[in-house]
Design a binder for this molecule. Structure first.
Ligand SMILES: CCCCCCC[C@H](O)CC(=O)SCCNC(=O)CCNC(=O)[C@H](O)C(C)(C)COP(=O)([O-])OP(=O)([O-])OC[C@H]1O[C@@H](n2cnc3c(N)ncnc32)[C@H](O)[C@@H]1OP(=O)([O-])[O-]
Length: 664
C-alpha cells in the first residue's frame, strides 16, 4: 500500500502502491502515516521523497470507500504532519495528482512534476539532500504563505459566481469552491482550512455527491458488456482497425470522419453526388483544421480520401453507413457493401433507431454487422450506443466497443429494438412535454422547469437544435401524420392512444428549428442560436386548444418534472425488463452523455431511486389514472416488483431483473 525504502543511506523514499491509481484508501493512509513517522523519527533520514507506483502519483481519496462509513486514519492530520515536519518532503509527481492526491502534493515542501519522473527520483533525492542544510523549511510550508487578496475580490467572485450558476445550474460543488477561494483570500490559514472542511462536509453528505460518485462508477461499468452466451468484455478480442469508410457526408458522417481521423485511422468518405462530396470534403477539412488548432496538433488530412465509388472500399477493415434514416436505402447500401468489401470487413450502421438485424439480413455476413449509433455532433458528443443484433458476433461487438473507446467515446452496448435505449426513452419524455402544451403549458415554461432541474437544454430548445423535420418524416413514414393516417382515427388519437399533432402542425408551417430560424422558438436568423418565445406559437396553441375545447389550466413545475421524468424512467424500467439494456447504469450513462441529463442527478434511473421508487410508482399511478389513454404512464411491472421488494438500491436491481429473453 506504501513502500518504504532508505535510499543513499539518508533519504526515505515512500512509494504509494495501490493500483490502478494509487488512491488514498484506508490501508494507504495507514501505511503512509506509519512511513512518515518512521522517516521523521529516523536520525539517518535527512529528507523524504513521495511518489506513486506505475507512473501515477495519486488519484485522490479511494472513492469506493465513500459508499460506507469512513474508516481508518483521517487524511488531514497526516497532511498536517508532513507540512509541519522538520525534514524536507518532496512530491515526485508523474501522471495524476487529483483531489486528496493534489492536497498531498501541496503540503510537500517541494514538488517536481515530469511525465517520466521515475527516471529522476535519484537525482531528486541528491538535490534534496544537498539543499537540505542551505534552505530553511519555514518558507516552504504552505500554512506560512500569505494569499494575496485583490481589492475587488467581491466583484470578481460575483462575476465568477454568475458564470458558474449559468454553466452548472443547480450544482453545489463549484459554488462551494468559490466560497473556499474567498476563505483562502480573506482568512488566516487555520480558519480558511476550517471553513473549507465545513464546505467539504456539506458537499460530502449531499445527494449530489452520491449521484456524482454513482456516475463515476456507472461510466466505468458501462464498458463491461456481457452477452447471454457468456462472451464479454474481458474474454472477447477486438480486431485492430487501421482503415475505415464512411458512407454519407451529412452532419453525422462528417463528425464520424473527424472522430476516426483524429485517432489516426485512415478514412475513405463516400458520397453519391459530386457536389455533396465536395461540400462534405470542405466541411471535414475545416472541422479537422479547427480541431487541430484547438488541440495544438497538426490535422491528419493525409489520412483522408473522398470518393464517389463504393468500389474503393474493397480493402477497408470497417465501414460505417451514415445515410438517411430510410430502411430501403440502407438495405441497398448494405447489399452493395456485401458485394464490394472483402469478406472480413465489419459493416456498421449509424442508424438512430432502425432494425440492425434487418440490415444484417441483407448481407453475406450478418455476424459482422453491428450498430454504431453516434450522437450529433459526432466529433463532440461522447456517447456511442453499440447496438448488438442477435447475430452480431462477440468479436464484432468487442471491436465496435474498443473503436469507440479509441475515439474517446463512452460506449454502451445495447440491444436491438426500435430507438434502442436513448431514443426509445425519448419518446415518452417528449410526448409528455407536448401533452402538457395541449393542457396549458408553454414551450418556455416546460424548458425552464427542465433547465432548472439541471438539463443543459429543455426539450423544445433541444428539438429546435436537432431539427424538427427528422421526427416529422419518421411520423409520416409510420402513418401517424400526413396522407397515410387512417381516417378512422379520432382526432388526437392514433392506434387507440393519445396523440398530440402540435409538432406536426409546427413543421407544416416550415418551422424546422434553428436551421430555418423558426421552430418552437424564433431565432434572429436561420442557424441562429438565441431562442426567443414566438407569439405565433402562442397563437397556434390557443387556436388548437379552442378547436378541441381544451380548457387550459395552470401547470406546476413539479407536474412538468414528474410527468416528463417519471415517464422517462418508466420506459427505462421496461427497457431493463426487455433485456435491451443490461443494467440501470447503462441507461443512466446513455442519458448523461447523450441527452444532457444533469450529472449531479445521476441519470434517470438513479434519480428515480433517489426520489424513492414508491413515490415514483404512486405518481405514475396518479397520472395514469388521469390519462388512461397514455400507456407510457402505466407503471412498469419491474418498477412494481422493485417496490414490492422494498425498493433496493439501484446497484442491486440487476438481481431482480429476470428477462425472458435478454438481447444482451
Ligand atoms: C478520511 C477519508 C478520506 C477523505 C479525504 C478526502 C480527500 C479529498 O479532499 C477528496 C478526494 O480526493 S475525492 C477523489 C478525487 N479524485 C478523483 O475524482 C479522481 C477520479 N479518477 C479519475 O478521474 C480517473 O480515474 C483517472 C484520471 C485517475 C484515471 O483515468 P483512466 O486512466 O482513464 O482510468 P479509469 O478507467 O478512469 O480508472 C481506472 C480504474 O481506477 C478506478 N479509480 C480511478 N480513480 C479512483 C479513485 N479515486 N478511487 C477509487 N477507484 C478509482 C476506476 O474505477 C477504474 O476501476 P476499474 O475497476 O478498472 O473500472
Amino acid at each position: 500500500m506504501a513502500r518504504y525504502e532508505l535510499v543513499k543511506r539518508s533519504v526515505a523514499l515512500i512509494t504509494l502502491t495501490n493500483p490502478p491509481v494509487n488512491a488514498l484508501s484506508s490501508a494507504v493512509r495507514h501505511a503512509m502515516a506509519k512511513s512518515m513517522e518512521q522517516a521523521l523519527n529516523d536520525p539517518k533520514v535527512t529528507a523524504v521523497v513521495i511518489c506513486g507506483e506505475n507512473g501515477r502519483f495519486c488519484g485522490g481519496a479511494d472513492i469506493r470507500e465513500f459508499a460506507g462509513p469512513l474508516r481508518g486514519p483521517p487524511l488531514v492530520p497526516l497532511l498536517d504532519a508532513i507540512e509541519a515536519g522538520e525534514k524536507p518532503v518532496v512530491a515526485a509527481i508523474e501522471g495524476v495528482a487529483l483531489g486528496g492526491g493534489f492536497e498531498l502534493a501541496l503540503v510537500c515542501h517541494y514538488c517536481i512534476a515530469h511525465f517520466k519522473v521515475n527516471h529522476f527520483v535519484l537525482k531528486i533525492i541528491k538535490a534534496v539532500g544537498m539543499s537540505r542544510a542551505a534552505k530553511p523549511l519555514s518558507s516552504r510550508r504552505v500554512s506560512m504563505l500569505t494569499t494575496p487578496c485583490p481589492p475587488d475580490l467581491d466583484a470578481l467572485l460575483e462575476v465568477v459566481t454568475m458564470e458558474v450558476k449559468k454553466k452548472a445550474r443547480g450544482v453545489m460543488a463549484p459554488l462551494a469552491c468559490i466560497q473556499a477561494v474567498r476563505a483562502a483570500a480573506t482568512m488566516p490559514y487555520s480558519k480558511g482550512i476550517k471553513r473549507e472542511s465545513e464546505l467539504m462536509a456539506t458537499l460530502f453528505n449531499s445527494g449530489q455527491a452520491r449521484a456524482l460518485q454513482y456516475c463515476f462508477f456507472a461510466q466505468r461499468t458501462a464498458g463491461k458488456w456481457t452477452l447471454p452466451s457468456g462472451a464479454q468484455w474481458n474474454n472477447s478480442k477486438p480486431r485492430e482497425i487501421r482503415s475505415a469508410a464512411i458512407i454519407g457526408l451529412g452532419t453525422m458522417g462528417r463528425g464520424i470522419v473527424v472522430s476516426l481521423a483524429r485517432v489516426g485511422i485512415s478514412v475513405i468518405a463516400v458520397e453519391s453526388e459530386k457536389k455533396l462530396l465536395e461540400t462534405g470534403k470542405q466541411m471535414v477539412i475545416g472541422m479537422l483544421e479547427r480541431d487541430a488548432k484547438r488541440r495544438g496538433v497538426s490535422a491528419s488530412l493525409n489520412l483522408l480520401k473522398f470518393t464517389l465509388s463504393l468500389q474503393d472500399l474493397k480493402d477497408v477493415d470497417l465501414v460505417i453507413e451514415a445515410v438517411f434514416e430510410d430502411m430501403a436505402l440502407k438495405k441497398r447500401v448494405f447489399q452493395e457493401l456485401s458485394k464490394v468489401c472483402r469478406p472480413a470487413t465489419l459493416l456498421c450502421t449509424n442508424t438512430s433507431g432502425l432494425d440492425v438485424d434487418a440490415l444484417a439480413g441483407v448481407t453475406d455476413r450478418p455476424h459482422l454487422v453491428v450498430g454504431m449509433h453516434f450522437f450529433s455532433p459526432a466529433h463532440v458528443m461522447k456517447l456511442l450506443e453499440v447496438v448488438c443484433g442477435p447475430r452480431s458476433s462477440s468479436e464484432t461487438i468487442a471491436t465496435a466497443m474498443s473503436l469507440g473507446k479509441r475515439m474517446g467515446k463512452v460506449s454502451v452496448a445495447v440491444g436491438n429494438c426500435p430507438g434502442f435505449v436513448g431514443n426509445r426513452m425519448l419518446k415518452p419524455y417528449m410526448d409528455q412535454a407536448t401533452f402538457l402544451l395541449e393542457e396549458g403549458a408553454t414551450p418556455e415554461q416546460i424548458d425552464k422547469a427542465l433547465e432548472d432541474f439541471g438539463f443543459a437544454m429543455g426539450v423544445f430548445r433541444m428539438s429546435d437544435l436537432a431539427g424538427l423535420d427528422v421526427g416529422w418524416r419518421i411520423r409520416k413514414e409510420s402513418g401517424l401524420t400526413g396522407p397515410d393516417v387512417d381516417p378512422k382515427n379520432p382526432p388526437r388519437r392514433r392506434h387507440g392512444r393519445r396523440y398530440c399533432p402540435i409538432p406536426d402542425m409546427v413543421c407544416e408551417q416550415g418551422r424546422f428549428g434553428q436551421k430555418t430560424g423558426r421552430g418552437w422558438y424564433m431565432y434572429d436568423k436561420p442557424g441562429g442560436t438565441n431562442a426567443k418565445p414566438d407569439p405565433l406559437i402562442q397563437n397556434l396553441l390557443e387556436m388548437y386548444r379552442s378547436r378541441y375545447a381544451i380548457q387550459p389550466r395552470n401547470i406546476s413545475d413539479q407536474e412538468i418534472i414528474e410527468r416528463c421524468l417519471f415517464a422517462l424512467a418508466n420506459e427505462g424500467f421496461r427497457i431493463l425488463e426487455d433485456g435491451i439494456a443490461a443494467r440501470p447504469e447503462d441507461i443512466d450513462v446513455i442519458y448523461l452523455f447523450g441527452y444532457g441529463f444533469p450529472r449531479h442527478r445521476g441519470g434517470p434511473m438513479f434519480y428515480a431511486s433517489m426520489v424513492g421508487l414508491e413515490r415514483v410508482l404512486e405518481r405514475l399511478e396518479h397520472y395514469h389514472q388521469a390519462h388512461p389513454d397514455v400507456p407510457h404512464l402505466e407503471p412498469s411491472p419491474l418498477l412494481k416488483k422493485l417496490v414490492a421488494c422494498g425498493s433496493p438500491s439501484v446497484q442491486t436491481w440487476r438481481e431482480h431483473i429476470k428477462t425472458m429473453h435478454s438481447h444482451l
